[in-house]
Design a protein around this ligand. Structure first.
Ligand SMILES: Cc1cc2nc3c(=O)[nH]c(=O)nc-3n(C[C@H](O)[C@H](O)[C@H](O)COP(=O)(O)OP(=O)(O)OC[C@H]3O[C@@H](n4cnc5c(N)ncnc54)[C@H](O)[C@@H]3O)c2cc1C
Length: 357
């Protein structure tokens, strides 16, 4: 192929949020982008989230400052660039005791979160008394709440990104499973200046299939969500019934979105929703609300597998949501990350591609 023509051509494998935002940023820079997706765009992990565009307040507990910083930067980017498809969401952290170590810890955590955001802070949270919480349908044994703000995405955000990519000339090939790539720059038999592998939880298997060694291993952590036929006025975050981890209840499209769980699975295909997971979510929320939710009120459910970078720690509840870019000649392979930080990943991709022009 003629070298001048090749200079501008980028091939992307994987049409989740990471592949799409990479396509968007690269096309903004004037690159000609072809994106190949096995199924349909955004149909896998990227459509199975809690819908939060967040800095990750709970990562502060594990001192994961780098993730929080990236998340806060990117949260601002989403809210500014997609004002009609994202919004601010207040989330109240519920506590059984008014003067407890937990509430103090969260008060400090929220202040650090807001201070970390600096001029990027979106809105300041507040304390809620028991009588305020009662009016939101919270049980009378919950004494206090403290709130913070994060972003919330609407379903339409995905379609808007696709629209903007198309406007920039990105070529989408859906229902196109790629079997072979070569680090010299080949997707099947088509040659590119650079190829980007954004296959989310399928990254390790995909590289292995192509005899490329992965620098990182993916930990497959399944998470489920339930859509409940209930209207809630605020978002809530609370400890699960084992006091082990946090669960969110978010007002979403006139219903309540409840999630999520963390269950290690052996393959990204394992997206079965178990009765035990449904019971876990319902029992956890029912410990905080005055009108318990029954299974009859569940009107939808979905599950996805997080592509987390495997850490040495056995406890994956605290493992990092950070991302990693592996380079092999003209091949860039993406590991980890979250929806919110897809712009950070894409900025790094653009920098690498530009520097190697
Ligand atoms: C339960 C849960 C809750 C979450 N909540 C949040 C949240 O609230 N906020 C947040 O920021 N993040 C959240 N995340 C994380 C976020 O969903 C993921 O980090 C993000 O969606 C990953 O996007 P991706 O593009 O890397 O992967 P994916 O969306 O999985 O996209 C990869 C794509 O590659 C395609 N593909 C695979 N193999 C091939 C092949 N051979 N050829 C062509 N195409 C191929 C797949 O079909 C898929 O569409 C959550 C994740 C889960 C599971």
């Amino acid at each position: 192929m003629d070298g001048t023509h090749l200079k501008n051509k980028i091939g992307i494998v994987g049409g989740g949020i990471t592949g799409l935002i990479s396509a968007y940023f690269l096309s903004q820079e004037g690159y000609e982008v072809d994106l190949y997706e096995k199924k349909t765009l955004l149909s896998e992990t990227s459509s199975k989230t809690t819908k939060l565009i967040h800095g990750g307040i709970r990562y502060l507990e594990n001192l994961q400052f780098h993730e929080v910083k990236n998340g806060i930067n990117d949260r601002k980017w989403w809210l500014e660039n997609f004002p009609n498809q994202t919004k601010l969401q207040e989330i109240i952290i519920l506590s059984k005791r008014k003067f407890s170590f937990e509430i103090l810890k969260f008060f400090i955590g929220i202040k650090v979160y807001e201070a970390f955001a600096g001029r990027l802070n979106i809105k300041t949270g507040r304390l809620y008394k028991q009588k305020d919480l009662l009016s939101f349908g919270i049980k009378n044994n919950i004494s206090a709440g403290i709130s913070f703000f994060d972003g919330l995405m609407q379903e339409s955000v995905g379609q808007e990104i696709i629209k903007r990519c198309k406007r920039n000339g990105v070529n989408f090939y859906e229902n196109s499973e790629i079997k072979s790539i070569r680090p010299e720059g080949y997707v099947e038999e088509k040659q590119y200046k650079k190829i980007i592998i954004a296959t989310g939880p399928w990254i390790s298997a995909f590289l292995k299939q192509n005899k490329i060694e992965s620098n990182k291993t993916i930990d497959y952590i399944k998470g489920i969500h339930l859509v409940i036929n209930r209207v809630i006025k605020k978002g809530f975050m609370f400890r699960d019934q084992k006091k082990h981890r946090y669960i969110f209840a978010i007002p979403y499209q006139g219903n309540l979105l409840l999630g999520t769980t963390e269950q290690r699975v052996s393959t990204p295909e394992d997206k079965q929703i178990l009765d035990s997971e449904v019971n876990y979510l319902l029992e956890s929320i029912n410990a905080y609300i005055d009108r318990p939710i029954s299974k009859d009120e569940i009107i939808g459910s979905y599950a996805g597998v997080r592509p987390l970078i495997k850490s040495k720690a056995q406890d994956f509840h605290s493992s990092s949501r950070d991302f990693y870019i592996q380079k092999d000649q003209n091949l860039l392979s993406l590991f980890g990350g979250k929806w919110t930080t897809a712009p950070s990943i894409a900025r790094n991709i653009v920098r690498i591609v530009n520097n190697e022009s």
